[in-house]
Design a protein around this ligand. Structure first.
Ligand code: IMP
Ligand code: MG
Length: 176
């Protein structure tokens, strides 16, 4: 693997505190609703998904949707490739779509369209990170953990060339 220099951007403690807050807010949003299904977008959302779900004190089913847009580069290709489809129908269910990061917004908008085509009752979106300055199209996200600059980041699910997903914090990558 190519080792790179990392600088911590969001500490483990900051992430854990924010995830608890989001869990409580999401519980309020879904209050009174049944048939909630959390759809995690693989692979980047794995850490956020696991911690967020434990912070939402409600009955929730779990599904995963795999897609990749980056390959091994640090720039969005603009193309979204399906790598794993949902195992069960989300028709008439309340979907909580969980992403790691919204960068250009292309992936989140693509996901809203393809999951929306499965006729869920509602779609609510959550992303750990949002890069507002990188958006290439309008993209509404209901729950955002942290807004960050447009630097490339790794950790807590996010990778560089397949590595660094298992860091418990989020770091920026110094490429030189
Ligand atoms: P978008 O389609 O440009 O919004 O990119 C979304 C996807 O690109 C995310 O789900 C991530 O998998 C990946 N991505 C975007 N920015 C970063 C980053 O800074 N680090 C790691 N992956 C990223
Ligand atoms: Mg992703």
């Amino acid at each position: 693997m190519n080792h790179v220099n990392l600088s911590t951007l969001i500490s483990e403690a900051q992430i854990q505190k924010r995830v608890q807050e989001l869990g409580e807010q999401i519980k309020e949003r879904f209050s009174g609703k049944e048939d909630i299904v959390a759809v995690g977008v693989l692979k980047g959302s794995i850490m956020f998904y696991a911690d967020l779900l434990r912070a939402i004190d409600m009955d929730i089913q779990c599904e995963f949707y795999g897609c990749s847009s980056y390959g091994n580069s640090t720039k969005s290709s603009g193309e979204v490739k399906l790598t794993l489809d949902l195992a069960n129908s989300v028709k008439d269910k309340h979907v909580l779509l969980i992403e790691d990061i919204v960068d250009s917004g292309l992936t989140m908008n693509y996901l809203k369209t393809v999951i929306g085509a499965r006729n869920p009752a509602t779609i609510t979106t959550a992303s750990l990170l949002l890069k507002p300055d990188s958006l290439k199209e309008e993209c509404e996200v209901d729950f955002v953990g942290f807004e960050i600059g447009d630097d490339f980041v790794v950790g807590y699910g996010l990778d560089f060339q397949g590595y660094y997903r298992n860091l418990p914090y989020v770091a920026t990558v110094n490429m030189n």
